[in-house]
Design a protein around this ligand. Structure first.
Ligand code: SAM
Length: 277
């Protein structure tokens, strides 16, 4: 099976991010939530989706959250900034964790936001460590979803919540590759919305909210296109930053998949039951 971390690793991500910030007129030595937002929210709809996730969860400043597949850390820093909570991210791609730690240090947030290199299927955290967990556009790379859901459940406190913002498989023909998450079908594992729901319930989660975000993604795509057509910069530049020359075809394939219903963006809020059933 292709190595997932290789798909995301370039070896010069920080240099390219710094160059992009300079091109935007931002100071790479003093990044902010706002200047990084076009780049560090590496999922569909960027910051819009992160704000939506934050609006669906209840977080106290004393909470400790887990970000599963934390990328270069945009969602984790946003949650810590918005709620004053601690966030620990875990990600398979070492280069992403290094860039995530660097940016977090420059923003003076390193006492609140930590990143661990590691696999979401074998997390180095004790049972019942976190009040809540979220994961944005990660499970498409993970074949064994029952194991993923069980592992997240293990590290959540009883009654803790899990928020997933993911891409599910819709009806119709197979996807076109590359996509932003996989060069070929060999490392792409989308489940249907029904399989996702059943998998979470089987792992011991109660579903609180389950929504299809397809229309939001299409509307966001139309707004981005209008900005570009009027000569503006593409508002969400994380995929070009990370995938360089291959980004455009990957982005076209995934937006066509959403447009044709073959990819279904979903947002799921669920809760670990207080006691095992
Ligand atoms: C599309 S990116 C999303 C990053 C981040 N969630 C965000 O929204 O900015 C997918 C991420 O999942 C990570 N990933 C994939 N499989 C993983 C696994 N088994 N364990 C931990 N991270 C994984 C990749 O390294 C990559 O950073």
């Amino acid at each position: 099976m292709p190595n997932v971390a290789d798909h995301y690793t370039s070896g010069n991500l920080l240099a390219r991010l710094n160059a992009a910030l300079v091109d935007d007129g931002a100071d790479p030595a003093h990044p902010t939530i706002e200047t990084l937002a076009p780049y560090d929210q590496f999922h569909g709809r960027g910051m819009e989706a992160t704000e939506e996730v934050a609006g669906m969860i209840k977080v106290a400043a004393t909470d400790h959250l887990l970000d599963v597949g934390s990328g270069i850390g945009g969602p984790a820093r946003y949650m810590a900034h918005r709620f004053g909570c601690r966030v620990t991210g875990i990600d398979l791609t070492k280069e992403f964790c290094e860039v995530a730690r660097h940016l977090t240090r420059l923003m003076g947030m390193e006492s609140k936001v930590l990143f661990e290199d590691g696999d979401a299927l074998r997390m180095p955290f004790a049972d019942a460590s976190f009040e809540g967990a979220y994961s944005m556009n990660v499970s498409m790379n993970i074949a064994d979803k029952p194991a993923l859901y069980r592992e997240i459940r293990r590290v959540l406190k009883p009654g803790g919540w899990l928020m997933l913002s993911e891409l599910a498989k819709g009806p119709g023909a197979p996807l076109d590759y590359p996509t932003p998450w996989a060069a070929t079908a060999a490392s792409s594992f989308l489940a249907t919305p029904e399989e996702t729901r059943a998998g979470l319930e089987a792992a011991g989660f109660d579903i609180v909210e389950f929504r299809d975000a397809s229309e939001d993604v299409k509307a966001w795509g139309a707004r981005s296109k209008a900005i570009i057509d009027q000569g503006g910069k593409m508002p969400h530049r994380a995929i070009p930053l990370i995938h360089g020359d291959g980004a455009m075809v990957a982005m076209r394939n995934s937006s066509r998949g959403v447009g044709e219903g073959r990819i279904v963006p979903i947002e799921v809020l669920c809760r670990r039951e207080r006691q095992a059933k």
